[in-house]
Design a protein around this ligand. Structure first.
Ligand code: SF4
Length: 430
C-alpha cells in the first residue's frame, strides 16, 4: 500500500516537473512517506528525518515534506513540527491528491505548510503513479478499513472503507496490460469488502474478478488482503474461473486460538477459518494459501500459542508473515492487561518461524524435477541470476544470457534452496 502510495507521490512530483535523483544532496524535494504499521516506525521516521538537519542547513532551498499514516496519528504532526523546525510540508493521508498544490505553495511562499484533514473526502482519480516495479503493478480497489481489529491502527489513520468505481479499476488494469505489465495486484485492506459501500447492488469483489477475467492479454492477477470473515464461495469460484488469477490466496489468520481471535476482534473462529481453507482447496485445487500471524498478543497462554502452531501444521501454509505483537498507540490491545514479556514473545516467534521454515522447505522440495512457468521480475546482481515467481508465489533463480525481465519463461527446477528454487530456463515465452 505504502510503496504504491509513494509511486503516486512520485507521479505528482513528475507532473510538477521534478525528476528522480539518486542522492539526497542532489534533491530539491525530499518526501518521507511514513507508515505506522511496523514496529518502531516512529523512531525510524524521527531518525531519518533528523539526519537531514545538516543538509537542510547547507541547502536552505531544499524542501522537506512528510506524509503517510503517521502524520494522521494522534499528535505526531505537532511533535514532528516542534522537533524539526526545518520541515517545510506536513500532509495527512486524506488529502494526498493535494500534495502538488501544497508543495507549490510551500516553494512559492517559503513558508511551512501543515494540512491534516480529519475526514476523508472523495476518492481522487487524477493521479498517475510513477511506477517502479515493472513487470508488476499495484492497483488500489478500495481505501480504508471498517474492521477495527483491536491491535491495528489502520482504521484510525486511513478512515472508513471507500471502494473505487469498477469502471475506473477496469480502465486502469486494461491500460497496464496494454503498457506491458504482466502481474497486477489489486490492493485493499479487505478486498472482500469491495463494493459494500456502493448504493447500487451487484458490484462486489467476485464481479470485479469476473470483469477483469474478460480482459484480453497474458497477465497474472493477484490481490491482497482477504479478511477470513468475508471470504465467500462466490469469490473462490470467481478466482478459479478467471484465466489470469493466480492459484494463490493470502488469508491472514493471526492466531489459532478462538479466545485470542475474539480478543483481536477478528470475528471468525478457528473452525470457520479451517472450513474456508477446505472450501478454497476444493474449488481451487493446489491453491497456495499464505497468511499473517501475530504471536504474544496480550494474555496469550502457552496453550493458546500451541493452538496456533497446530493450525499452521494442519493448514500447511505456503508462506507466513510472522510478527511479534507490539502495541500501537490508540488501539484497544495497547491498553489491555496481560501484556506478554519480550522473552516469551521471542521464544514463541522463533518456534513458529522454525515450523513455517520446515513447511516451506518441504514445499520447495516438491518442485524439484518439475517445469514451472515463471514471470521474470529482476536480475539479482549478488547471485548473478534472474529471479521470478511462479503463480503460487514461489521464488526461483536461474541464469540466462539475454535480457528477460518481464517475460514468462518455463524453468526446469533443478534444486531447492530452503524457501526458494534453483532452475534453468527451458523456454522463453515472451
Ligand atoms: S482488517 Fe484488521 S488488521 Fe486489516 S487493516 Fe483492517 S483493522 Fe487492520
Amino acid at each position: 500500500m505504502n510503496v504504491h502510495e509513494s509511486e503516486k507521490i512520485a507521479g505528482i512530483l513528475t507532473e510538477s516537473g521534478y525528476v528522480p535523483c539518486e542522492r539526497a544532496e542532489d534533491a530539491d524535494v525530499i518526501v518521507f512517506n511514513t507508515c505506522c504499521v511496523r514496529e518502531n516506525a516512529e523512531q525510524h521516521a524521527f531518525g531519518n528525518i533528523g539526519m537531514l538537519k545538516k543538509l537542510k542547513k547547507d541547502k536552505p532551498e531544499l524542501v522537506v515534506a512528510v506524509c503517510g499514516c503517521m502524520t494522521q496519528q494522534g499528535d505526531f504532526a505537532r511533535r514532528l513540527s516542534e522537533t524539526f523546525p526545518f520541515i517545510d510540508l506536513i500532509i495527512g493521508t486524506y488529502n494526498i491528491d493535494k500534495f502538488g498544490e501544497l508543495l507549490k505553495k510551500t516553494v512559492e511562499t517559503k513558508k511551512r505548510v501543515i494540512e491534516i484533514l480529519e475526514k476523508n473526502g472523495e476518492i481522487c482519480e487524477n493521479i498517475s503513479p510513477l511506477r517502479s516495479s515493472f513487470p508488476n503493478a499495484w492497483v488500489n480497489i478500495m481505501y480504508g478499513c471498517d474492521n477495527f481489529c483491536s491491535y491495528c491502527v489502520v482504521p484510525y489513520v486511513r478512515g472508513r472503507e471507500r471502494s473505487r468505481k469498477i469502471e475506473k479499476i477496469l480502465e486502469e488494469v486494461k491500460s497496464l496490460v496494454n503498457d506491458g505489465y504482466k502481474e497486477i495486484t489489486l490492493l485493499g485492506q479487505n478486498v472482500n469488502s469491495y463494493g459494500k459501500d456502493f448504493k447500487e447492488k451487484g458490484v462486489d469483489f467476485s464481479r470485479l474478478l469476473r470483469e477483469i477475467g474478460r480482459i484480453d492479454g497474458k497477465f497474472r492477477l493477484r490481490f491482497m488482503s482477504n479478511h477470513p470473515k468475508d471470504l465467500t464461495e462466490e469469490v473462490a469460484l470467481a478466482i478459479s474461473e478467471n484465466p489470469h488469477a493466480c492459484k494463490a490466496v493470502h488469508l491472514p489468520v493471526q492466531s489459532g486460538s478462538d479466545r485470542i481471535l475474539s480478543l483481536m476482534n477478528r470475528r471468525y473462529t478457528r473452525e470457520k477459518f479451517l472450513s474456508e481453507v477446505s472450501m478454497i482447496r476444493k474449488i481451487i485445487p493446489d491453491c497456495a494459501i499464505s497468511t499473517d500471524i501475530i504471536v504474544g498478543f496480550p494474555t496469550e497462554t502457552e496453550e493458546e500459542f500451541s493452538e496456533t502452531l497446530s493450525l499452521v501444521k494442519e493448514v500447511g501454509f505456503c508462506g507466513a508473515f510472522t510478527f511479534v505483537y507490539s502495541p500501537r498507540a490508540g488501539t484497544k490491545a495497547a491498553v489491555m492487561d496481560g501484556q506478554i514479556d519480550a522473552e516469551t514473545k521471542k521464544d514463541r516467534i522463533m518456534r513458529l518461524v522454525d515450523l513455517q521454515n520446515a513447511i516451506n522447505r518441504a514445499d520447495s522440495e516438491k518442485y524439484v524435477g518439475k517445469t514451472v512457468e515463471i514471470l521474470v521480475e529482476d536480475f539479482d546482481e549478488k547471485k548473478k541470476a534472474y529471479m521470478g515467481r511462479d503463480e503460487r508465489g514461489k521464488m526461483a533463480y536461474f541464469p540466462y544470457s539475454e535480457k528477460i525481465v518481464g517475460k514468462f519463461i518455463d524453468a526446469k527446477i533443478t534444486s531447492a534452496s530452503g524457501m526458494s528454487l534453483i532452475g534453468e530456463v527451458e523456454k522463453v515465452k515472451g
